[in-house]
Ligand binder design. Structure first.
Ligand SMILES: C[S@@+](CC[C@H](N)C(=O)[O-])C[C@H]1O[C@@H](n2cnc3c(N)ncnc32)[C@H](O)[C@@H]1O
Length: 283
């Protein structure tokens, strides 16, 4: 079959539903019927690369044991929206800075300050968190005793994140001070995150659907933005409950503004700032 000369075969409604079910079971992401063209394009492109002609044939491949798992990890990366940037929503980051600054000012810094970036994509979010936490420790002349744990479902996104290399355009949201302090010019239009920052990061593959099996200690900050929006409401609540259980006393949960507007938890108090959706653990 000469694929390059052929149009992608149409994905029937039944086949679309079958793929959506699989995607939701494995990632939590729920697609709307309007996303059928997107799904069809992504899957058919991958089928073309492998030489599959039928969606059903490729579906069997993806769901077939150990080979299927390897193929799934390629496909899932193609289906994810990985858009991100440094300090994407500044107010949310400032909220974390405020929390840490208050602790430093009140002499409440005990052990390590632990932060978790959930759905970290290519790393801009966890590195932004590490920059601001490091700033607070250095300004207070304290040893930078902190760690940023960063998880995502996509392996290619994580390997980009681990490399810590970004183009000049990616660095645009940063102040010149942040660029100078935390990046090294590689001389080819790219910049590399400073070792002192990178050493604080730990990247790991993990799905928010499997929170219980993730080896995460209790956290001072859980930062999860632009991920829950892809999930059904009941699932968002289940995940948020899991985050609440993993916060240290007085820890903070920061989610995207408006992602689950009416959510409440008996042990969490909403931070009084309408520019953010953040909660403090009170018990
Ligand atoms: C739109 S990006 C958000 C990146 C970053 N948090 C931000 O706000 O800039 C969403 C990320 O969530 C990841 N993701 C999707 N489903 C996931 C799941 N079930 N568990 C963990 N990460 C997931 C995707 O791979 C993608 O990198």
């Amino acid at each position: 079959m000469i694929w390059s000369l052929q149009k992608a075969p149409a994905l029937s409604t039944e086949a679309f539903d079958q793929w959506c079910k699989l995607l939701e079971e494995r990632t939590g992401i729920s697609l709307s019927p309007q996303q059928q063209p997107f799904l069809q394009t992504q899957i058919s492109m991958r089928m073309r690369e492998l030489g599959f002609a039928e969606y059903s044939e490729y579906y069997r491949r993806v769901t077939d044991g150990i080979w299927g798992r390897a193929e799934w990890s390629v496909l899932v990366d193609r289906l994810m929206v990985k858009e991100t940037s440094f300090f994407r929503h500044r107010h949310s980051f400032e909220c974390v800075r405020q929390l840490l600054q208050n602790r430093i000012d009140n002499g409440q810094i005990g052990g390590s300050f632990d932060v978790w970036s959930v759905g970290c994509s290519t790393g801009e979010e966890p590195y932004s968190l590490a920059m601001l936490v490091n700033d607070c420790f250095e300004l207070a002349q304290l040893k930078p005793y902190f760690g940023v744990f960063a998880t995502d479902i996509s392996m290619p996104a994580l390997s980009k994140a681990r490399s810590g290399v970004y183009s000049e355009r990616k660095l645009e949201p940063l102040s010149s001070h942040e660029k100078l302090r935390y990046f090294r010019d590689l001389g080819d239009g790219n910049y590399k995150v400073a070792d002192k920052l990178q050493d604080r990061l730990c990247f790991s593959q993990g799905s928010v659907l499997e929170l219980k099996s993730m080896p995460v200690e209790k956290m001072d900050v859980i930062f999860c933005q632009n991920l829950l929006i892809y999930f059904r409401r009941w699932r968002r609540r289940e995940i948020l409950q899991g985050f609440a259980d993993r916060l240290k006393p007085n820890g903070m949960l920061v989610i995207g503004l408006g992602e689950t507007p009416d959510w409440k938890h008996p042990q969490l108090a909403r931070v009084r700032d309408e520019r953010v959706q953040a909660y403090r653990r009170i018990g």
